[in-house]
Write a protein that binds this ligand. Sequence first.
Ligand SMILES: [Zn+2]
Ligand SMILES: [Zn+2]
Length: 375
Amino acid sequence: MHIKAAVVRESGGPFLIEDLELEAPLEGEVLVRILACGICHTDLIIRDQFYPTPLPVVLGHEGAGIVEAVGLGVKSVKPGDHVLMSFSACGSCPSCVEGAKAYCWHHMQMNFSGMRYSGKAWDVPAPLLKRLPSGGVERINGAFFNQSALATHAIATEDNVVVVDADLDLKMLAPLGCGFQTGAGAILNTLRPEVGSSLVITGAGNVGLAAVMAAAISHCHPIIVIDRVPERLALARELGATHVFDSSDSDPLPAVLALCPGGVRYGLDTTGHPAVLQSIFQMLQARGICGLIGGSKPGAEVSLDMTHLLFGRTVRGILQGDSQPKKFLPQLVKLFRDGLFPIDRLIRHYRLDEIENAIADMKSGATIKPVLLME
Ligand SMILES: [Zn+2]
Ligand SMILES: [Zn+2]
């Protein structure tokens, strides 16, 4: 079928809106008419080729839409269902067997290879083609997070879509499938702070602010947020932060230790910057735990004070908020309905052809979470 999609053809961009052909769903796959797709930092680092996902490629991994068709063998999803899309996992490796799907041993292959995996073979080309004026056909890479949802339609799998109630506004919920579940899940699924626990979060982007909301739900205190953009810090306060520090003014470490003598119980770094992780580690109390959810370039290193580490402290990497999307996304939807997880306050909508403006606004901090509308 004929679709429009944002295609990245060279490292660093731009995203070009092109007419493509989308193939029909194979066994285990579903065809989704995309209504909205969030833009996540991971789309941009793939555009910039931090990981070797082949170009040209259609990115986008926070898609939401309505199922139009299903392939053979699909049982739990049917045409007309409203779905959120999330990451993909093989279902049979040691991590998947234990229910830790975000740590699938084939995570890179499943989500970043540019090829599709529908349960049998690893090397099935993505379902995207471009018809050339010469009469030839160009294969476009895709199946990004088994969706490539920066497009009017996408092929996902039965496994990586989550059916939600049809009365919900998919334009607001699209980013649940990556950014928001990553921030909220790090608190609610991984750190699971006890009531009254002290917590510091570095970075008040969409992931950090989702974590702030989850920390408020968990009754953490104090909830400390560190960022360099005053508007983001003000929003963090409105969403539940009890204390905010602007790290462009001064080193927040002494201020945090003055507020929490002995250090904080929990830390969460959403920036992926080695110096920031190092700083948050220094803020931990004995037996304190720091989660790392910010992505960095492969090979980035951080040095930690080993004596400080020896006192029972933990640094833990967290992917996708330890989420099992079919279980966790409905929980987040319920919190959203109840007004406890007001993600709509972070979202600004753009048309698909405004994607470069959306990315510029995300970079400047003018927009926390851009969501593109496909129609
Ligand atoms: Zn697996
Ligand atoms: Zn993402």
